[in-house]
Design a protein around this ligand. Structure first.
Ligand SMILES: Nc1nc2c(c(=O)[nH]1)N[C@H]1C(S)=C(S)[C@@H](COP(=O)(O)O)O[C@H]1N2
Ligand SMILES: [Mo]
Length: 441
């Protein structure tokens, strides 16, 4: 049964004609099953008599020589996995060179995002920068902030003792289209500005200590990227001195991909993606927040009274069912595994509850190990579909006690005209025909 593939990305995988066939097939299957049940026989019995040609006829790969690995020195996904791709949302955010490609959450397993499917957000295109010519400057806003301003090349940075951490990154604008109503069809577009990797690099604290930072004076750090977008973000010194903020060159065991900031990016655990400055070329320490363009006119929260709130950078507790999710098709009643992801910028996930009736009843989901701080957590729950409509939801709680809000709770304090920091509970409606749709309840 190619059920799994239908569940992964039907909107990308099937032509309308194929979809018709599947639907007809499902109706046919149900009719056959009912007839068989009435006759006291099983549908499978018939299949066994005929025999499955996929088993009986040996395919070429069981009889001949395969291809040498040397033909493919850097591995690629199977040609049959082409439908699982990063995708630009039709009609969204593409202005000149600024764009976003969403991660196909509906088809991923576990918690690590394959580097080639990591979401990608840029304000001025991506670059493949020559690492031998890349430099990181560390300086103060005036001479009293640190004793020794320094310039590091990549070799110097990579000689220092590294650390590796598994962390999620989420754009502050993730789920931003959904503030007013259910707007986009699939989880790739509602939640796909989210990814999770093992990052490797040097704590920024170590670099500031090498430079002799004066912590009495220096209270904030400005991170600056080398691309033309002028991406600059303020990070509080307290977060840097916790040791969590990394100047990273590694992602999932290899160098960062160019789209994700090769050769150097800032990693700011739990904080919205915009602060994870890519192509990092300069760190300045100072005594005030910098109020740069990306922290005054963008990445601010519009509140119900019309004022803007700045520097709300932590990604609050959130979760989403990734399968079954919008655009997917359940082929048959019976058992289905509900699965999804939960995360919090404040710490580890403590609990995820799942509902299949739009929030009237909840039961705890199983959290899959490892459950790490500021990292994605995978959850699962059993579901036996009786063929009637259902509404899937998930609600996460983190280890600081924060509970993911419903849309009505969130809109009470944030109204519905914001772009950023929407962590509301997502609902997916399963219809009687097996189709799953994005809804808000
Ligand atoms: N230099 C630079 N850094 C940047 C950006 C950018 O456009 N230029 N975009 C930011 C935003 S808004 C996000 S959400 C993250 C996305 O990281 P990714 O593209 O690796 O997923 O990078 C951030 N860092
Ligand atoms: Mo972002």
């Amino acid at each position: 049964m190619f059920n799994r593939f239908l569940q992964r990305a039907p909107e990308n995988f099937l032509t309308p004609a194929q979809l018709q066939d599947v639907r007809a097939g499902r109706r046919g299957f149900l009719a056959q099953a009912l007839a068989a049940a009435a006759a006291g026989a099983s549908v499978q019995a018939n299949a066994q008599e005929v025999g499955d040609p996929n088993i009986l006829n040996l395919p070429p790969h069981s009889k001949g020589l395969g291809q040498p690995v040397a033909a493919r020195p850097y591995g690629l996904p199977s040609v049959y996995e082409k439908n699982l791709q990063r995708r630009e949302s039709p009609g969204l955010t593409r202005v000149g060179q600024s764009s976003v490609s969403f991660c196909p959450l509906q088809g991923l397993f576990g918690i690590i995002t394959p580097s080639g499917l990591h979401f990608e957000r840029h304000h001025q295109g991506w670059w493949d920068i020559d690492p031998s010519r890349h430099r990181l400057m560390v300086n103060g806003s005036d001479a009293s902030m640190l004793k020794r301003p320094m310039v590091f090349n990549m070799d110097e940075l990579m000689r220092l003792p590294p650390v590796s951490r598994m962390l999620f990154i989420e754009c502050g604008a993730n789920t931003g289209m959904e503030w007013g109503n259910a707007a986009v069809p699939t989880v790739q577009y509602t939640h796909g500005m989210l990814s999770c990797s093992e990052f490797t690099g040097v704590p920024l604290r170590s670099l500031l200590e090498l430079c002799g930072v004066d912590l009495q004076r220096a209270k904030f750090v400005l991170a600056e990227g080398a691309d033309g977008s002028g991406m600059t973000r303020t990070i509080p010194m307290s977060l840097v001195m916790s040791g969590e903020v990394l100047v990273a060159y590694g992602q999932n065991g290899e160098m960062l991909r160019p789209e994700n900031g090769y050769p150097l990016r800032l990693v700011v655990p739990g904080v919205q993606g915009v602060s994870w400055v890519k192509y990092l070329r300069r760190i300045e320490v100072g005594d005030m927040p910098y109020a740069s363009k990306d922290e005054t006119i963008h990445y601010v929260d519009l509140l119900p009274d019309g004022t803007h709130r700045q520097y709300t950078s932590i990604q609050e507790v959130k979760s989403v069912v990734t399968s079954p999710s919008g655009g997917q098709l359940l082929l048959q009643p019976g058992f289905h595994n509900i699965t999804g992801l939960a995360w919090s910028g404040r710490g580890a996930i403590k609990k995820v509850d799942v509902s299949t009736d739009g929030g009237r009843n909840w039961r705890p989901a199983r959290l899959q190990a490892p459950v790490l701080s500021k990292c994605l957590t995978r959850f699962h729950a059993d579901f036996v579909w009786d063929g009637k409509p259902a509404i899937f939801q998930s609600r996460a709680v983190d280890d600081t006690g924060q509970i993911q809000p419903s849309y009505s709770e969130l809109r009470k304090v944030r109204a519905s005209r914001s772009i950023y920091h929407n962590n509301a509970i997502q609902s997916w409606l399963l219809q009687e025909n097996g189709e799953v749709k994005n809804v808000q309840v």
